[in-house]
Write a protein that binds this ligand. Structure first.
Ligand code: SF4
Length: 335
């Protein structure tokens, strides 16, 4: 008999599954998600009868990565393989007291953005809430994690049920207990998914823009044709402000491609008057693509101009390039 994984269950699901009350379900969830206990006999705060029942039908289900690679800057890239044999990658990014884990929501991706290695890897399958949450609690030093970003492999809005469930486990008091303001879901934009995400979660949203001009964006982000970014930005702009929730645009900067004065003006026109923040990211070259990143000076200039026009902007550092753990590079080392 294949035993059921407890990891990936909400408190309510644990209660139904174990036939226990709220406080015992919370104890089980705490043992799993906070203490990372991976042995049913060691689960704390529950009667012996429930422990014995759980032992017969379930396992905690926390599993370790199949491989890891450490960058010279301290970033660690993990390769996971789940029960279905899907491979996916996770990146651990320690930065003094802020420790971020970048999780995957799918094995591969079906959105086909040509600048991204994950897109070229093809699509293997959706990850369950269990696989997503395990990327945080199944790694070394997981208790240090302060922030989670869904910027690994996959398009989160294409696997929204599992992403929303994982977000609720990560943010719940009985779960990993991170503030929703410390969880960011990044998307190229599936309009209906974004609306549902905004309604059902309090986590941050980041839209990968690439270009303020729809035709140009459609060449790099094919989903633009079906889900226009201008429409998505209007939805985000008009969505009621939720305290501590951050809406942002991720803008990968490519020299002489999308970092011209025209692009800067386009970006200002698109975002002026909104609370949407711009995160400028360096481009990471991938095999078969001769483009290079905008220079640090050009990125600084872009940021300055945006800030001067009232749009908050910041530059994100590159991390883990030597182990292909940076944005757009996940899956480089995979078959
Ligand atoms: S950029 Fe994101 S949505 Fe596009 S192929 Fe890569 S992982 Fe998928």
């Amino acid at each position: 008999m294949i035993k059921t994984n407890l990891c990936g269950m909400t408190e309510g699901e644990i209660r139904n599954f174990a036939g226990c009350n709220y406080s015992h379900a919370v104890s089980i969830a705490n043992s799993l998600y906070k203490k990372r206990i991976n042995d049913i006999s060691l689960l704390q705060g529950i009667p012996k009868l429930i422990r014995e029942k759980l032992n017969e039908i379930s396992v905690p289900g926390i599993y370790k990565p199949a491989a890891s690679e450490k960058s010279s800057d301290g970033t660690i890239k993990y390769l996971f393989r789940n029960r279905q044999d899907f491979e996916f990658e996770t990146v651990f990014l320690p930065d003094s007291r802020r420790v971020t884990v970048c999780v995957s929501s799918q094995s591969g991706c079906r959105m086909g953005c040509p600048f991204c290695v994950t897109g070229r890897f093809g699509f293997r399958g959706n990850l369950s809430a269990h696989d997503i949450v395990n990327q945080i609690i199944g790694i070394q030093d997981s208790e240090r994690v302060t922030h989670v970003v869904f910027m690994g492999m996959g398009e989160p809005m294409d696997n929204l049920d599992n992403v929303l469930k994982a977000c609720s486990i990560i943010s719940a008091e009985w779960g990993i207990s991170l503030s929703p303001g410390n969880i960011t879901v990044s998307t190229v934009g599936i309009t209906s998914g974004i609306i549902r995400f905004l309604e059902e979660s309090k986590c941050n949203l980041a839209l990968s823009l690439y270009s303020p001009f729809p035709e140009e964006r459609a060449r790099a982000v094919p989903s633009e044709k079906k889900y226009p970014s201008h429409k998505i930005i209007e939805i985000i702009k008009n969505y009621p402000v939720v305290k501590k929730r951050r809406m942002s645009v991720a803008y990968i900067m490519i020299s002489n491609i999308n970092d011209t004065e025209m692009h800067l003006e386009g970006l200002k026109n698109l975002l002026r008057g909104s609370k949407i923040r711009v995160n400028l990211l360096p481009f990471h070259s991938v095999p078969g693509n001769n483009n290079i990143s905008s220079s640090p000076e050009r990125m600084e200039q872009f940021k300055h101009e945006l800030v001067m026009s009232g749009i908050s902007a910041s530059i994100r550092k590159s991390r883990g390039i030597d182990v292909s753990a940076a944005c757009g590079l996940l899956a480089t080392g995979m078959k």
